[in-house]
Design a protein around this ligand. Structure first.
Ligand SMILES: *[C@@H]1O[C@H](CO)[C@@H](O)[C@H](O)[C@H]1NC(C)=O
Ligand SMILES: [Fe+2]
Length: 436
């Protein structure tokens, strides 16, 4: 207890001193891609275990075996080594040029109790894993980091996330940076397993997941096979966009690299999904996608404009609270903003594409800083979003400073439900989302 207090107070001292030395902060260079020594295991043993939320009270467990005859079963229970339930799932595999994937298993377990530790084993073999289900009610904490890759900085970011207390990881795109080299998906899967097998990882696709080859391969084959998200559970017909609800938050995950114009499936699914949100049940509306809409970095300028033009009016009509994006390898947070300027009924946009990939940081910002941009800095790090209650959430961004996480930006965000915006804009919501 004492040591915890000490850490907290020293963080504050650092915070205060940083206010004066930020200008002298020397940003570290990119770090090398990690080396993964060959670590032979029985071919039926699970690898790359990760979990994701799969509808109310359910969790999807995903893993890979070399052995194509290994069963897709998960045994689980609330005490170690004693499994009171078993679920049987499905499996898939894919070929990509000369590469053949292992057997990719996806098994949904549940119903599970909220805020409870479960012990589980995959395929009746290998080590026991442990997961904790999210709470049924607020408060809840999300860890947020995008554009991870698998370098020394990725490792540093993951270590920091591991130290924080969180319930669900949100990853706004660009996971492995496999970039066509398929075995890098496997090394990434193993790198993130300690975290991703313990807390649900809810991900969306970025440009590095695409891996399409004209006339030969449609995009996202490896991503869709390996990182199955609850799209069927949320009425979507594509793994590239879906939604879920957890403890007072309705979270919509969109695809920046699939059609988004007004005639597209994604657009119409989004509109229908937004029309169904019940803010009494889920006071917070959060949206996750890869390419940011409000960002003042020189990197990837205007790439999100098409999607923003199509979808921002829907999200504004629905009073979305927070939009999280990646892609730009630097951190930025905006004020509440809509239609190009700050607006108290708009969304807070956060770009957090600074997880640590091999491409390095995006250091150049547009000058002057736009009026809607509240904080921007090109450093690796991760974010934490603690939703305290229906009106207050606390956001913080933790810079990987010399391998220590340092809280560099923090702010309270008050929900639109507490602002009067939702009541004021009821007619607009009805017109745009419900069409009458
Ligand atoms: C919500 O949390 C904030 C911050 O801790 C607090 O000031 C506020 O009173 C809480 N509101 C309710 C309704 O509990
Ligand atoms: Fe990207």
């Amino acid at each position: 207890m004492d040591s915890k207090l000490f850490v907290t107070s020293s963080t504050f001292v650092l915070l205060i001193s940083f206010a004066t030395v930020t200008g002298d902060y020397v940003r570290p260079p990119p770090r090398k891609t990690l080396r993964f020594p060959w670590n032979p295991k029985p071919s039926s043993h699970p690898q790359q275990v990760h979990i994701s939320l799969a509808g109310d009270k359910h969790m999807r467990v995903s893993w890979i075996t070399e052995d194509k005859s290994a069963p897709s079963i998960v045994d689980y229970g609330t005490s170690p080594g004693k499994y009171s339930a078993t679920s049987l799932g499905e499996s898939t595999s894919y070929n990509y040029l000369l590469y053949s994937s292992g057997k990719i298993h996806h098994t949904v377990i549940g119903p599970l109790k909220p805020d409870t530790v479960y012990f589980y084993q995959c395929g009746g073999q290998g080590p026991e894993f442990q997961l904790k289900t999210p709470p049924a009610h607020l408060p809840i904490t999300f860890a947020v980091a995008g554009d991870l890759g698998q370098t020394g900085w990725t490792e540093s970011t993951l270590n920091h996330i591991d130290k924080c207390k969180y319930d669900v990881h949100l990853l706004p795109g660009d996971l492995s940076y496999a970039d066509y080299i398929q075995h890098r998906w496997d090394t990434f899967g193993n790198l993130v397993q300690p975290l991703a097998s313990a807390r649900p990882w809810m991900v969306t696709e970025g440009n590095h997941e695409k891996e399409s080859i004209p006339l030969f391969k449609h995009g996202f084959e490896s991503y869709n096979s390996r990182w199955k998200m609850p799209f069927e559970e949320s009425g979507s017909n594509s793994n590239l966009y879906y939604s879920f609800e957890v403890a007072g938050a309705h979270i919509i995950v969109l695809g920046s690299y699939t059609d988004y114009d007004e005639s597209s499936n994604q657009y119409n699914w989004l509109k229908a999904n937004l029309a169904e949100v019940d803010r009494k049940k889920t006071p917070w509306l959060i949206v996750l996608f890869h390419v940011p809409w409000y960002n003042s970095n020189e990197a990837h300028k205007c790439e999100g404009d098409g999607m923003m033009a199509a979808m921002e009016p829907l999200l504004y009509a629905a009073s979305a609270d927070i939009l999280l994006a990646g892609h730009v390898h630097a951190y930025e947070r905006t004020l509440r903003v809509n239609n190009g300027r700050s607006d108290p009924c708009g969304a807070v946009h956060i770009t957090i594409g600074d997880g640590g990939n091999r491409e390095g940081l995006a250091r150049k910002y547009k000058e002057p800083q736009p009026e809607w941009s509240a904080f921007r800095e090109a450093s690796f790090g991760h974010g934490e979003l603690k939703i305290v209650n229906s009106t207050h959430a606390y956001w913080s961004w933790h810079r990987n400073d010399d391998d220590e996480p340092v809280r560099s930006d923090e702010t309270w965000i008050t929900s639109l439900i507490s602002s009067g915006c939702i009541a004021d804009r009821r007619d607009e919501r009805r017109k745009i989302l419900l069409g009458h």
